[in-house]
Ligand binder design. Structure first.
Ligand code: NDP
Ligand code: GDR
Length: 337
């Protein structure tokens, strides 16, 4: 029997890589799509991976319960991956209510829709290392306490615990993946790695001279999204639901990540990066370093991409994007003259 998966957040970075993985495994993949005025760019990431035509879209919004009940009833999924969120930490201070409605209550809505319409379906919740916040253990694992530092992290904490609660209350096969930062050429441009790889590419091509950055001393455990969606899938293949930390076990400062990205194109970041206090956050998570030993032991999961390999892939993709745009613009000019 062909398995059916329903992915919320299908248009985001992880939704695209997860769609690709599940299609390769022979799943029928359905994505929850919220209405947007920019419908022409909606499936950009899925197109980039060459899978846009094979993902079936169903209308819905995580803040709209009737649409979720309909979507789950229509798809009758075997597996539900709840990736949809207002996921940018900095925006969560500017839009705390939207963040709570989507990133916290959206999880409750999705769990309820699954409980009512497809109670046998397995459920994955996209939890986050941001939940650790101020807790500075040498390595953060499943037993480390949480101390969220942003409206986003507070919302994710609700999503995590309501998932655990539905598992314990209703016997749902609901797992929560506490994923540390993961990146790729499909990462949104507002996140720090992509901002830096795009900045290095633009400066290399003479399209910009400087890159304005916030806190260069923050440390993150960065992995590749392609590896991390594999861990999501593995969690739902286990007989029993559980919570898992997914991380590389290596932490790097934003400063060092900048150095790696600029060095890839033969540039010295110190000559181009300008620290702008306006880009600092109201509250910061100084250091994240995950302990993935449970995922390794129980899921057999190991990351395959190094930070250096991933940053190189991202810089190359950004160089290509800017060169393609320049070619397109010169083609348009030639056609108009
Ligand atoms: P993205 O920001 O790239 O994607 C977010 C997705 O959520 C988009 O598809 C977006 O749709 C969708 N979405 C937003 N609001 C709604 C809504 N109201 N209803 C339905 N869908 C909505 O995130 P990532 O792919 O990077 O992350 C996936 C998940 O994993 C998120 O929940 C994130 O918080 C979490 N996470 C991510 C980590 C990372 O490092 N990437 C680490 C830990 C957790 P649209 O295109 O319409 O905006
Ligand atoms: P984060 O990712 O907040 O960890 O959340 P982000 O890439 O935005 O920031 C990482 C660190 O870099 C510092 N920083 C900057 N960040 C941005 N965006 N822009 C800058 O100019 C800049 N300068 C320094 C930040 O202060 C921060 O310390 C991501 C998201 O994907 C969440 O959804 C997810 O849950 C967590 O990762 C794990």
């Amino acid at each position: 029997m062909t398995k059916r998966a329903l992915i919320t957040g299908v248009t985001g970075q992880d939704g695209a890589y997860l769609s690709q993985l599940l299609l390769e495994k022979g799943y029928e993949v359905y994505g929850l799509l919220r209405r947007s005025a920019s419908s022409d760019v909606i499936a950009e990431r899925l197109r980039w991976l060459g899978v846009a035509d094979r993902v079936r879209m169903v209308d819905g919004n995580l803040t709209d319960m009737p649409s979720l009940l309909d979507a789950v009833a229509k798809v009758k999924p075997d597996e539900v991956y709840n990736l949809g969120a207002q996921s940018f930490v900095k925006t969560s201070w500017d839009q705390p209510q939207v963040t709570a409605q989507v990133t916290a209550f959206g999880v409750l809505n999705m769990l309820e829709a699954v409980r009512r319409m497809a109670p046998q379906a397995r459920f994955y919740q996209a939890s986050s290392s941001e939940m650790y916040g101020l807790i500075q253990e040498a390595e953060q694992g499943e037993k480390t306490p949480f101390y969220p530092r942003s409206p986003y992290a507070v919302a994710k904490l609700y999503g995590h615990w309501i998932t655990v609660n539905y598992r314990e209350s209703f016997g749902m096969h609901a797992s929560s993946g506490i994923l540390f930062n993961h990146e790729s050429p499909l990462r949104g441009i507002e996140f720090v790695t992509r901002k830096v790889t795009d900045g290095a590419a633009r400066i290399k091509l003479g399209l910009a001279k400087e890159l304005r950055m916030g806190n260069m001393d923050a440390e993150r455990d960065w992995g590749h999204a392609r590896d991390y969606v594999r861990a999501m899938w593995l969690m739902l293949q286990q007989d029993a639901p559980d919570d898992y930390v997914v991380a590389t076990g290596r932490t790097t400062t934003v400063r060092e990540m900048c150095r790696i990205a600029f060095a890839h194109v033969g540039l010295d970041y110190e000559r181009h990066v300008v620290v702008d206090p306006a880009l600092f956050r109201p509250a910061e998570v100084d250091r994240l370093l995950g302990d993935p030993s449970k995922a390794r032991a129980k899921l057999g999961w190991v990351p395959e991409t190094t930070l250096e390999g991933m940053i190189a892939e991202m810089v190359e993709a950004d160089l290509r994007r800017h060169r393609d745009r320049a070619l397109l613009a010169s083609g348009r000019e030639a056609a108009a003259s």
